[in-house]
Unconditional design. Sequence first.
Length: 175
Amino acid sequence: MRSVTKKGQSGFSLLELLVVLFVATLTLLIGMPAFSRMLRELRAEGSVQEFAANVQLAKSEAVLRNQRVGVIVETSAHEYQLFRDMNSNNVPDSGEAITSRIPLHDGVQFASDAEKSNVRIAIFTAIGKLIAPPVSSDPVPSSYLALGPMITLIDQNGTEHSFRLHPNGLVEING
């Protein structure tokens, strides 16, 4: 509603401006929790995609360099690292790091359950094949040998994002 003053000027009244300001503030307050939740979900999805890309990078580096390249997962620290396994001992030694330790985004962590994450290290050979020693010394399940190991990330909402590392070196994202 516009009012006309004596001098012919038009404008909004103070009451109209306060109502608009109140509605805008109310809309912002209602939308903030949903926006925060969306940001957390996007960060989690970013960690999932970044991890998958780095596993693929490890495979590519192995083929490119014609040597073993690995990814080691540190579940307690919520981080991982790519390394060249020059001495074939399946452990990143001094001078073998390709990247520094890469942390997962806030609120995202590796599953510590051996059934959900049954590998802590994945080595790719010079031809891109996967070598992934299982975490435990228990007998290796047939699904591990046939389908490859699995690594699971869990976000703040408890949603699991699993990666299956196929023996041929392909990375499959489930969820």
